[in-house]
Design a protein around this ligand. Structure first.
Ligand SMILES: Nc1ncnc2c1ncn2[C@@H]1O[C@H](COP(=O)(O)OP(=O)(O)OP(=O)(O)O)[C@@H](O)[C@H]1O
Ligand SMILES: [Mg+2]
Length: 272
């Protein structure tokens, strides 16, 4: 246990001088009788890149969906950017958050899903412009200009007027990233964004994530099965097993040096 804590401290050092952007405090999540998370304590720091790995059903998606306000914790607190996500203060008391509170906080959080979730009846430029205009009340010209910039950044500057069904899976996923980035989130959540793609399209999507990561200032949580990518991009790797963090540390510590048996079993599947 002490050893585990030391590991955590070592790999967090780069960031610990700042306040966390996200804190999970003893967060529990159950679906009926199924206890998915058993008291999660996790701080993520501004700019930090965290890779979340673990077996199917270990709760990776649940962790990020709770932050995206798509799923409510059964117990515990999530603090985002210094504010309680699922509760708000009213007359000195903590009460359940209302939709307005959730919407405000969610505005600083970006998420990219496995299955793109683009609007099929809109061009990719319109896909990107909609939220800044409707949610952030940005004027149309400026939203348009910034959306074009983001689409250029993900290598789709020549596809602005295409519709999603005219694009490859990798291109659609890059649109989804541009659409999230245009909201200027403080943290981006990626849930297995390459696992629905044909193998030959994975590289182009990882390349874009790598570019975004290298810009540095935005925190990122990556649920991924791409271990080489995690080793390369993440500051910290977290191994989730049976609803708890079973191991965490620098990518090297977790992916190459750990003796944790469950982790070894898990990683074994990716080596051949
Ligand atoms: N809406 C739901 N209702 C009931 N059970 C759920 C629901 N969502 C998730 N679960 C259960 O919670 C557990 C954790 O699910 P979660 O999707 O977070 O796992 P995961 O680590 O993302 O797995 P995978 O690698 O397969 O995506 C699983 O046992 C799953 O069946
Ligand atoms: Mg999942």
């Amino acid at each position: 246990m002490v050893e585990a804590i030391n590991k955590i401290n070592r790999s967090d050092m780069k960031y610990q001088t700042t306040k966390p952007i996200v804190e999970y405090k003893n967060v529990q999540k159950s679906y009926g009788d199924v206890e998915v998370l058993k008291g999660l304590n996790l701080s993520i720091y501004p700019g930090e890149k965290v890779a979340l790995i673990g077996p199917s059903g270990s709760g990776k998606t649940t962790i990020i969906r709770m932050l995206m306000t798509l799923e409510q914790p059964t117990a515990g607190e999530i603090i985002f950017d210094g504010k309680n996500l699922w509760h708000m203060e009213r007359k000195g008391k903590l009460v359940p958050a209302n939709e307005k509170h959730l919407r405000e906080l969610r505005g600083d959080i970006g998420m990219v899903f496995q299955h793109f979730n683009l609007f099929p009846h809109m061009t990719i430029l319109q896909n990107c412009m909609t939220a800044p205009i409707q949610v952030q009340k940005e004027d149309k010209e400026s939203a348009r200009k910034r959306s074009i910039e983001m689409l250029e950044k993900v290598g789709l500057g020549d596809k602005l007027d295409s519709y999603p069904n005219q694009l490859s899976g990798g291109q659609k996923q890059r649109v989804a990233m541009a659409r999230a980035l245009v909201m200027r989130p403080k943290i981006m959540l990626f849930d297995e964004v390459t696992s629905a793609l044909d193998p030959e399209l994975v590289g182009e999507v990882l390349e874009v994530i790598r570019d975004i990561a290298e810009e540095g200032d935005m925190a990122m949580v990556l649920v991924t099965h791409e271990m080489d990518f995690a080793l390369d991009v993440a500051d910290r790797v977290i191994f989730l097993d049976n609803g708890v963090i079973a191991e965490q540390g620098s990518p090297k510590e977790v992916l190459e040096e750990s003796n944790n048996e469950r982790l070894q079993q898990f990683l074994h599947r990716f080596r051949n």
